[in-house]
Design a protein around this ligand. Sequence first.
Ligand SMILES: Cc1cc2nc3c(=O)[nH]c(=O)nc-3n(C[C@H](O)[C@H](O)[C@H](O)COP(=O)(O)OP(=O)(O)OC[C@H]3O[C@@H](n4cnc5c(N)ncnc54)[C@H](O)[C@@H]3O)c2cc1C
Length: 419
Amino acid sequence: MPSMNERSAIDVVVVGGGLAGLAGALGLVRARRSVVVVDAGQPRNAPAAHAHGYLTRDGMPPLELTSIGRAEVRAYGGVVIEGTVTSLDRLPGGGFRVVLSDGSGWDARRLLVTTGLVDELPDIPGQRERWGRDVVHCPYCFGWELRDPPLGVLATSPHAAAQALMWRQWSPDVILVRHTASGPTGEQMAQLSARGIRVVVGEVAAVEVSDGRLSGVRLRSGEVVPRRALVVAPRFAARHALLDPLDVAVTEHHLGIGCQVEADTTGRTAAPGVWAAGNVADVNAGIMQAASSGVVAAVAINADLTAEDTDRAVAAAQAEPTPARSCRSLRFGQAGTAPPHRADGQDKVGAAGPAAAAAVSQADATQPGIATSDRCGGSRAPAEWLTPVHNAAQTPCFLPPRPARSRKDRSATCSAGSR
Ligand SMILES: Cc1cc2nc3c(=O)[nH]c(=O)nc-3n(C[C@H](O)[C@H](O)[C@H](O)COP(=O)(O)OP(=O)(O)OC[C@H]3O[C@@H](n4cnc5c(N)ncnc54)[C@H](O)[C@@H]3O)c2cc1C
């Protein structure tokens, strides 16, 4: 890992190497961008033995998924390191400084932040230890594995009744433990009752465990309600602290289930040059959505870098005009029949400066019309498009900026047309 004073600007530093970060990194390295992923190695689903619903990898342990992802990124030259980013600062000249807890770091042109979220669980003794096993939140992650046995849903928010009705799809034996929530409403009571879901009134004091498995919930009254698993609704708190100095916006989720970094559909945040993907920007995302959002962000970042690279190239070309070369092989046809673009992909003539004028003065006198030259990149364009020089009835060969070449090479390109 380079030390601070050895570092050079990386195209993109990805902060967080869960599936969102790694999928984004893979897109970027395959776009030939230099990428460093810094990952603290604790994906949110790490407490679970298996990750579900990831097509072609259903049931794979979470850390195996990220391990494969890291290898895929590295195979293209991406750098993935274990570490914790402690600060992100915007540099005065553009780009960002990324600093790790050990003092090392990089300067980056763009940031992709995929730090995930923290599941803030209700404060019930014994529950944290069972989290991701038989204290769960997500039916799509755990429902199949927990199908049929007695389930309890802990009510801590107005969404609890809906959660209980949802879990009824996986088990015929669901109870709603009212705990600290108000409700259910009359309408919800009718729905719960119609689906055979009983409401237990009382606050949960602890979860009961026997033989290494959750066996029930103990109420403050001392009553134990036998259950095989407990469904809870954590508050989803996006890990956004690193982004705060960069002035990203953080908003409450519209369902009131947590907070997340505000980003557009590509992950672009309010802070120029900073993208966010995965759970940090969408607390509801499962692993496939998280990975997908990383890919979308990678595409957007690459497009943004491409635009910047192009601007820089144009500025450099304008600061140092490419010498124009005359081409005797230019043939002229009828105006109006040429394609509306140049073969070199540039849509403006950029080198019509003094050097071009000098070249023009040496070129053959011809008539205005269509200029075609196989030796000048095969471009075929209206001669008026090559103004201002066509008025002099002479057309220089404008080539896109290229690395400097030897005189011998130059003459090989345009020699047939050179005087
Ligand atoms: C118990 C549990 C089980 C789940 N099971 C499933 C399932 O089966 N199927 C499903 O679709 N979804 C499941 N989910 C949801 C799933 O975990 C998320 O969708 C997914 O982890 C989001 O990916 P992410 O890349 O956004 O964040 P994460 O996977 O959380 O990755 C974030 C990474 O960033 C790192 N990080 C954080 N801060 C820093 C920092 N400052 N510097 C460096 N690195 C940092 C973290 O250590 C972590 O490695 C489950 C969630 C939980 C809680």
